[in-house]
Design a protein around this ligand. Structure first.
Ligand code: BMA
Length: 816
């Protein structure tokens, strides 16, 4: 947003210094940053993500740190009537001084703070000092006052990203610092803090929008103003009287024949250019803002039904199957300004229409949500509470109440926002993780009351006030897997896979109404690991590698699942490959099962999309942005029109799924053949799939057992939709039992410089992997090569685009 009349100056990233508060030596640093990044920049510590350095650096969290910044201002700024320092992302316990004058202190990394500074500013040099007390120290002492001790540990006392205190996907860095650059904001008479449009309802071709603006009138008397709101070329005018101080302006706009915003795959994510202008009675413009808005309704339909309780999203009145993942912060320590952009592009390439911003991380930056608006990716936004019970005292609740208001004012105007959710797994934890066992009745009562006050009263009331039209859900999931209703009611996190060690196939028959979490771990690409683990330590049980595995049974489970189904890895590199393949095959199969079960099941969000450091985790994309096998396979698993096979009794059932809002005509060829391409069964079908549907389209009746073909044959599915051709494979045996011929892969350059390769083989090749290097990646990768059918692969090279000699390629397949 731009505002011509409030002047905003972003403080520079340079001219910052920092020190350990007990030391007299200041060192230069860049901001945004924190004590770890600043020390690393000065080569005062080793790379925090390398080997087991994390452990050695733990002591830094116990110290206090100071950051200072010098800057100059001009007389123009000083002449403004009101000048404030605006700080967003002060993490966490900070005292702020300007030229030696105390401005105030903070205790919430998710809040924006304003400090009046006009009287302390000087025309010469100014110096801001941010003095942080150790968050570790403060939370430990706040927590020691909690009686009873709250489940979750000391972190629950801090309004700070909860994953900083360590999680099962990431390290522990209880950092302090500034996650955003502070701003100097100045204005005269009037300040426009926020303006946005919210869709209240759409009836036929008529949308009712709510215009909501927050205005500060610095006069001591009320003031008449004229408001103009433009949506494309349509203008809406209002007059209002602003009282002295803070004013919230709300008014409805009736908007005929809107172009609607749709999530990806359902229609265009249409956005309107909007502007908001404020004039005084003589026509002088006092303030203005510009932004883009999408007109749409998104409702969570959570209603009792014949099965239990539904959980699905209706967009513009139509049910939409949600496909996507859970998003965690894209870097725990370093500035991730650019990282999320390529992550969102990957989400688009793999057909996501929803991301869940998980409650143990952060509220993302404005540009993140703007990008989701324009890409058509719906955002399920958790409030930042996870896997714990939180304090209920007045100071804590008041703090959270301001945080919630500020975040709702900032986020709710985005077309992409589909849901606000109170927390991640707190309710499940309370009911099913044994937290109540050691508590007396009175404590149980108090903790549950505190839960209800915060998540069932305060937050939904704030959502209703500040986010008109957006649904609220108090905790994800509704029921944990310990309660059988998880399959019939609300959203589910099914950790039967992984945590309870169930086979992947088990989840194909445990279908919930909406799967908001399920997942499986894999190692990062070897090229990524090599940057953070020394060559000698690249073995499965080395302490350096184990320090990148934060799940207590993680590596054991990875091995166990591999042993069950996959061939023995030939070496560490092959193990990485097989582990990624195991994750990809399993998760894709479960996603297909969710999609086949539509509309019983209306969403599949796997855990987790991305990484916050180079660890072993459930992610599909590793810390350095390299796609694991899973991310590649999602292109097919989430494809808008998809065909999949499922074995049942003596049949192979073929399902067709169409997520779009149009009827799709398809041609589908089904071939059961051996790995040399000799067919046993062939059927070609031409038909249509209804819009937004899933159906059984064909039964193949072959008795695979009797014919003893399970190990030597597979089903090839080939379909053509709108002139695009797709291939998929279905196997009748575990990967380790398949009798695959030794592959003889031919790789040829297509032309000289266009970066494309043709990859083919006379026999079937399972999950061919073209080994990525530091500079070069391949799309697709980990793909099946069907006998005689070439696959076109695009090389993405960060350096040159010179012709690649096929001999320099390193190829892997399932047998090595
Ligand atoms: C989920 C998440 C995280 C965790 C993941 C894997 O339930 O909410 O708490 O990282 O499980 O264990």
């Amino acid at each position: 947003m731009s505002n011509a009349f409030t002047q905003t100056i972003l403080l520079e990233a340079a001219n910052w210094h920092f020190r350990d508060a007990d030391s007299s030596d200041w060192m230069p640093c860049q901001m945004p940053g924190n004590n770890y990044t600043a020390l690393f920049e000065n080569k005062a510590i080793l790379s925090p993500y390398f080997g087991d350095h994390e452990k050695k650096l733990a002591v830094l969290a116990k110290k206090n740190w100071q950051f200072k910044h010098s800057f100059k201002i001009d007389s123009l700024l000083l002449n403004q009537e009101h000048i404030e320092l605006e700080c967003d992302g002060l993490d966490t316990y900070c005292e702020i001084f300007l030229n030696g004058h105390f401005l105030g202190k903070t205790d919430n990394a998710f809040r924006k703070y304003h400090f009046p500074i006009k009287e302390f500013l000087s025309l010469d040099q100014n110096e801001l000092l941010f003095s942080f007390n150790s968050a570790k120290g403060i939370t430990d002492s706040l927590y020691s006052l909690q009686n009873p001790a709250l489940p979750g540990g000391p972190r629950v006392c801090a309004r700070k990203p909860q994953f900083h205190f360590g999680w099962d996907f990431g390290p522990e860095f209880v950092l302090c610092g500034l996650s955003q650059l502070p701003k100097i904001v100045s204005w005269n008479q009037l300040r426009l803090e926020e303006a946005g449009l919210h869709t209240i309802q759409i009836v036929e071709d008529h949308a009712t929008l709510r215009l909501q603006a927050i205005l500060i009138n610095a006069d001591t008397v009320p003031r008449d103003v004229a408001i103009s709101c433009k949506i494309a070329d349509r203008e809406f005018k209002f007059n209002t009287l602003l009282s002295p101080g803070k004013n919230v302006f709300r008014n409805n706009i009736e908007f005929k024949n809107p172009n609607l915003w749709w999530p990806r795959g359902s229609g265009p994510a249409y956005l309107y250019d909007c502007s908001f202008q404020l004039q005084d009675s003589s026509g002088v413009v006092l303030a203005q803002k510009k932004w883009k808005t999408g007109i749409r309704t998104i409702q969570l339909i959570a209603e009792e039904d014949s099965i239990g309780q539904s959980f699905y999203f209706k967009v513009n009145g139509e049910a939409v199957f949600c496909k996507g993942s859970n998003y965690i912060p894209s870097d725990i320590l370093f500035n991730a300004a650019e990282k999320w952009k390529s992550l969102l592009n990957a989400a688009v390439e793999t057909h996501f229409n929803m991301l869940r911003i998980w409650g143990g991380g952060i509220y993302e930056c404005d540009a993140f949500y703007e990008t989701c608006d324009s890409l058509g990716i719906m955002v399920w936004q958790d409030f930042m509470f996870a896997c714990a019970m939180y304090p209920g005292d007045t100071a804590f609740i008041d703090n959270v109440s301001i945080e919630a208001e500020q975040q709702l004012q900032r986020l709710s105007k985005h077309a992409s926002i589909a849901l606000f959710c109170g927390n991640n797994e707190n309710k499940e934890g309370w009911h099913r993780w044994g937290w109540q066992a050691s508590l007396d009745e009175a404590s149980k009562q108090r903790l549950w009351n505190d839960y209800q006050n915060l998540f069932q009263k305060l937050l939904p009331e704030k959502v209703q006030l500040w986010a008109p039209g957006i649904s609220y859900w108090d905790s994800s999931p509704l029921f944990g897997r310990g309660d059988d209703r998880f399959k019939t009611h609300g959203d589910a996190h099914d950790w039967g896979l992984w945590h309870d060690e169930m086979p992947f196939s088990k989840l194909e028959s445990r279908i919930p109404r909406f799967m908001s979490e399920f997942g499986f771990q894999s190692l990062a690409s070897l090229t990524t690991l090599q940057e953070f683990i020394s060559e000698n330590d690249l073995i499965f049980e080395s302490p350096a590698l184990l320090n990148h595995q934060k799940h207590p049974r993680g590596n054991k489970l990875i091995k166990e699942y591999l042993d069950r189904d996959y061939p023995k890895p030939a070496n560490f590199e092959h193990l990485v490959y097989l582990n990624q393949l195991c994750q990809a095959d399993g998760i894709s199969q479960i996603i297909s099962a969710h999609r086949r079960a539509k509309p019983y099941c209306m969403g599949s969000l796997y855990w987790q999309f991305n990484d916050c450091w180079p660890g072993i985790s459930w992610s599909g994309i590793d810390y350095l942005g390299r796609w694991k096998a899973l991310q590649h396979q999602l292109k097919m698993a989430f494809a808008p029109v998809q065909f999949s096979a499922m074995e049942s009794d003596q049949y192979i059932k073929i399902y067709g799924i169409n997520d779009s809002r149009d009827i799709k005509t398809f041609q589908l060829d089904l071939t059961v053949q051996d790995f040399f391409g000799n067919p046993l069964y062939f059927q070609s079908l031409e038909d249509t799939l209804k819009e937004n549907s899933s159906r059984l389209i064909h039964l193949i009746s072959i008795d695979l057992n009797e014919l003893a073909l399970r190990e030597t044959h597979y089903l090839q599915l080939k379909w053509v939709v709108e002139e695009d051709t797709f291939y998929a494979s279905h196997f009748f045996e575990k990967p380790k039992n398949l009798q695959l011929p030794k592959p003889d892969v031919i790789v040829e350059n297509i032309g000289n410089t266009n970066g494309q390769l043709s990859v083919s083989s006379n026999t079937f090749v399972r999950a061919l992997y073209l080994k990525e290097t530091k500079d070069e990646v391949y799309f697709p990768n980990y793909f099946d090569v069907h006998p005689g059918i070439p696959v076109i692969v695009t090389r993405k090279n960060s350096k040159s685009k010179s012709e690649l000699l096929p001999e320099s390629l390193n190829l892997f397949d399932i047998k090595n």
